[in-house]
Design a protein around this ligand. Structure first.
Ligand code: PLP
Length: 363
């Protein structure tokens, strides 16, 4: 029996609703992954990703997997067993970095921060005299906090700086070259406004030259992936794995949409939507979780009022309005909601819908 098509408003921490152009591109006729037309498309995608990342890195490409694979690629290619990785932890994704780094044999030096607060670059600098890598999350989706990556770049010394930009890219400026990011990874399903499935990735020449020669992962070995995209190595495209051609077509359409709107305008749109939502929530008497002055516009964290059952409200929003919002993570699973306004959802009507629906669900 055919199931009804559900049209949800994805206002959680991701995936978000894609841009319509990105969804439409999934239906384009499939190209072979070595077809010259596909290779030209991949080149255009890598160029647009360089613009989003604020980099001229030759090795900027969409890895064929989700954001977590970007994280794995970052560590597996930079860490030899015993190398020191200083990792700023201010949420779940910083925690995950520690786990990934320890699995590739790093001596992990954690710099723990209270959840809801940004990374303190000075504390990171003082954690170890000569780490191989320093790592931090730009936009912590688990807590709704923005951290200053340029400040980490300023203290990194000889270390390589790994940055998670999964929730920031496409919604706010990410300036890899200016900030000193050596290795950056992201995901398609948040502010880029494309379905989950690719990990936009960038690595500087400096980091590539220092890379692990035979990393544990064959699939994510950046040395082998050099020929996967043309342009990055100057050579022709060679087979490494079958490119997810439909996802790359969708990403191209999403990136075209963002770049034709203009990065500054996209940033302003996310900022305006987030500010309006956060003001509206506070006017309703709700309290925000992330520290003031460090709040992400695209992902708002709200304290669940004591008198309210978190899961019940989320269930009500889904059943009655087809609206998805997220719960918290870890110890905040039932005491925090996470509300995303990413990609096409960063607009005034989403804000109005969310505020009205949430008010009804709470009352
Ligand atoms: N890093 C951050 C900040 C995230 O928000 C996420 C996903 O929500 C990830 C990493 C992992 O990405 P994925 O779930 O696409 O593997």
């Amino acid at each position: 029996m055919t199931q009804p098509v559900l049209q949800r408003q994805l206002f959680g921490p991701g995936p978000s609703n894609p841009y319509p152009e990105a969804t439409a591109a999934l239906g384009l006729p499939l190209l072979g992954h070595l077809d010259p037309a596909f290779i030209a498309r991949m080149d255009r995608v890598c160029d647009s990703l360089r613009t989003l990342w604020g980099t001229s890195n030759a090795r900027t490409l969409p890895l064929s997997a989700t954001g977590s694979a970007g994280m794995e690629a970052a560590f597996v290619n930079t860490i030899n067993p015993g190398d020191v990785a200083v990792i700023a932890v201010n949420g779940l994704f910083g925690e995950r970095m520690c786990e990934v780094a320890s699995r590739v044999g790093a001596e992990v030096v954690r710099v723990d921060h209270e959840y809801g607060t940004p990374i303190d670059a000075q504390r990171v600098a003082e954690a170890h005299p000569n780490p191989t890598v320093i790592a931090g999350v730009h936009a912590e989706t688990s807590t709704g906090v923005l951290s200053d990556i340029a400040a980490l770049g300023a203290i990194k010394g000889d270390a390589l700086l790994i940055t998670d930009a999964v929730t920031s890219i496409g919604g706010m400026p990410v300036l890899a070259d200016e900030w000193g990011i050596d290795v950056g990874y992201a995901g398609t399903q948040k502010c880029i406004g494309v379905a989950p499935g690719l990990a936009p990735f960038t690595i500087s020449d400096r980091a590539f030259e220092r890379r692990v020669q035979k990393p544990q992962s064959w699939y994510l070995d950046l040395g082998l992936l050099g020929g996967y995209t043309t342009g990055s190595t100057g050579g022709g495209r060679t087979y490494h794995h079958t490119a997810p051609v439909a996802m790359v077509a969708s990403l191209e359409a999403g990136l075209e949409r963002i770049l034709s709107e203009g990065l500054d305008t996209v940033t302003t749109r996310h900022q305006a939507a987030g500010t309006a939502l956060q003001n509206g929530l506070q006017e309703m008497g709700l309290e925000l979780f992330a520290a003031e002055g460090h709040r992400l516009p695209q992902l708002t964290t709200v304290k669940v009022p004591q008198s309210v059952d978190s899961a019940k409200v989320r269930g009500y929003l889904l059943e009655r309005f087809n609206i998805e919002i997220g719960g918290g993570v870890g110890q905040y699973a039932n005491t925090v909601w996470r509300i995303g306004l990413m990609g096409p959802n960063a607009n005034p009507s989403s804000v109005a819908l969310l505020l009205a629906a949430l008010k009804e669900a709470i009352d």
